[in-house]
Design a protein around this ligand. Structure first.
Ligand code: GUN
Length: 299
């Protein structure tokens, strides 16, 4: 069994991104600039956004955080997005999800200029991704795609089962896996699926993104399968100082020995998701600043 080290791969590619930033600056350009909009004080969202800002600093990007309280109006948010769309000093920006329930999330995502939509959530970019056209691919699917490639995992003709159909992970992941370069045969399983156990056990590549700690047990995994665990649930633990730990959707202890490759939680998909946002921001800067950067080689 090979443990897929997302932390290591992300760190290697971050070093490559730093070199690209140096090149941009040497050629008279500006460091790529990522802006994050954060609404409210949800602990998970706060820590995700903090990591995103920290990652930017690590590779030499500029980053800014725009904060709003929970009672921000949709109108205020949309006005901020319009400003960012027009701001030549901003290469890419994201609105951290989820947003409060009085705000129409789709309206917000659709207001973002697709050229600055480094999350890849705008319907124009989702549509381009569906058609296999160059665009921003959302961070977790892009991170997983890079991991599969870096570990030379054979995908062509393989049966890939994606467990979960979210707009952020499961659905775009299933589209990517069926595209010509990856060439897998894809099954998407969700809460309305029958025979989930049997279907998972038929997977050569099993990608799990349902947010249920330990859901995938050893009897659901074929011997020699590749298992990618997207789960990051925060659960109680008496073994950590904080009293919590991150738990994946896979019962790692019992599943790992059956796999050819498996991602750990933490240290597997998570660091690659963060990395992918940096890659998209670099790509955005390439478009806005007309500079020549070579992210494609990293992917
Ligand atoms: N919330 C959970 N994941 C994400 C993400 O990738 N982007 C944004 N904007 N919000 C999220």
């Amino acid at each position: 069994m090979i443990l897929i080290d997302g932390k290591q791969v992300a760190s290697e590619i971050k070093a490559e991104i730093s070199l690209e930033v140096n090149k941009i600056i040497k050629n008279g350009g500006k460091p790529p600039h990522l802006v994050a909009i954060l609404v409210g004080h949800d602990g998970g969202s706060e820590s995700y956004v903090n990591f995103k800002m920290k990652d930017c600093a690590e590779v030499g990007f500029e980053s800014s955080l725009i904060r709003f309280e929970d009672d921000v109006t949709e109108k205020e948010l949309l006005a901020t997005i319009e400003k960012l769309n027009q701001d030549d000093n901003v290469d890419g920006f994201i609105a951290q999800l989820p947003l409060p329930s009085h705000i129409d999330e789709n309206k917000v995502l659709e207001a973002i200029d697709p050229k600055k939509d480094v999350d890849g959530f705008h319907p124009t970019n989702v549509g381009k991704m569906m058609e296999g056209l160059p665009t921003f691919i959302s961070a977790t699917p892009l991170g997983i795609k890079i991991l599969l490639k870096r570990y030379n995992i054979e995908t062509s003709g393989k049966h890939c089962v994606v467990l979960g159909r979210s707009n952020i992970v499961g659905r775009p992941m299933s589209v990517l896996m069926s595209q010509k370069k990856i060439n897998s045969t894809v099954t998407v399983l969700h809460s309305g699926s029958n025979n989930i156990k049997e279907m998972c056990a038929s997977a050569d590549i099993l990608i799990v993104a349902i947010g249920k700690p330990g859901f995938v047990t050893a009897d659901m995994v074929k011997k020699g399968a590749v298992v990618i665990d997207v789960g990051t649930s925060r659960i109680k633990s008496d073994k950590t100082k904080s009293g919590f730990k991150l738990a994946g959707d896979v019962d790692f202890e019992n599943v790992a020995e059956k796999c050819s490759f498996i991602t750990p939680v933490p240290g597997g998909v998570g660091p690659m998701t963060r990395l992918a946002l940096l890659l998209n921001t670099l790509e955005a800067a390439k478009e806005t600043q007309f500079v020549d950067v070579c992210c494609k080689d990293m992917i």
